[in-house]
Design a protein around this ligand. Structure first.
Ligand code: HEC
Length: 221
């Protein structure tokens, strides 16, 4: 194969022929025509190596795009991600959101059927009450909670404020970290529901429904 190194070797050989008197007999052998061909060959080699370089840059770029698109599957969460909880579909007490309708359906199904050892699709958002949420990222992002990020929210008519987020968030009224209660439900991807082993919260179904209806973000329609 031609390579930039060969091009350089060619150039060095030509220079040596020009400068070294001992190479003179050899120089005589090289006709003007031969030198012209050599130059053309070197020009061709240069163009080839530029082409090879461009290709490797292209390949590197493509590789980068592929890596970027894998991580682009992750969800970026901002205060705008949240909104009136009553607009989100619900199964039993829990509200669901996913930007992809197929993945939303999949999340609803896993929850409804309490499927064990099954991961929720990345991008799934769950809320039981307006001021708390769980968002599913890829496992590597929050390994302790299999990718789940917990949110403590402040909700008002003006919208949503994120008070705290991560895998270390504490529920202030219960005085316990979210993860400590949700951990026993690891077999159900950290989703507590009822009967997945989590310590109970002091709200019954009626109270949860009431808290959802009282979501102050829902009024402005
Ligand atoms: C005292 C234990 C406890 C703590 C602390 C706790 N949770 Fe939960 N969580 C539960 C239980 C139990 C349920 C199921 C309630 C139900 O469906 O009746 C639940 C349900 C949820 C749900 C609905 C999906 C599911 O897992 O069933 C979300 C979302 C949630 N909690 C988020 C949080 C966040 C965020 C925090 C911290 C700010 C938190 N929780 C702290 C016990 C807890």
């Amino acid at each position: 194969m031609f390579s930039p190194r060969m091009t350089w070797l060619g150039l060095v050989a030509m220079l040596m022929l020009k400068m070294n008197p001992r190479a003179l007999p050899l120089r005589r052998v090289i006709t003007k025509e031969g030198v012209r061909h050599m130059r053309q060959l070197i020009a061709l080699l240069c163009r080839l190596s530029v082409c090879v370089c461009k290709r490797s840059v292209l390949a590197a770029g493509l590789g980068f795009c592929m890596v970027a698109s894998v991580s682009a599957e992750d969800i970026a969460v901002s205060e705008q991600t949240f909104g009136c909880i009553l607009d989100w579909p619900k199964v039993r007490n829990t509200r669901f959101k996913h930007s992809d309708p197929e993945k939303l359906k999949e999340a609803l199904r896993i929850f409804r059927d309490s499927v064990p050892d099954k991961e929720y699709p990345v991008g799934t958002i769950l809320q039981l009450v307006p001021f708390e949420a769980m968002v599913k990222h890829p496992h590597e992002k929050f390994p302790k909670s299999n990718g789940w990020e917990f949110f403590a929210l402040e909700v008002s008519e003006a919208g949503t404020k994120i008070r705290d987020r991560g895998d270390n968030v504490v529920n202030l009224s219960l005085g316990a970290p979210c993860l400590s209660c949700h951990q026993p439900a690891a077999k159900f991807d950290f989703v507590c529901e009822k009967g997945h082993g989590c310590a109970p919260i002091p709200f019954d179904d009626q109270k949860i429904a009431e808290l959802q209806r009282a979501d102050s973000r829902c009024g402005k329609k």
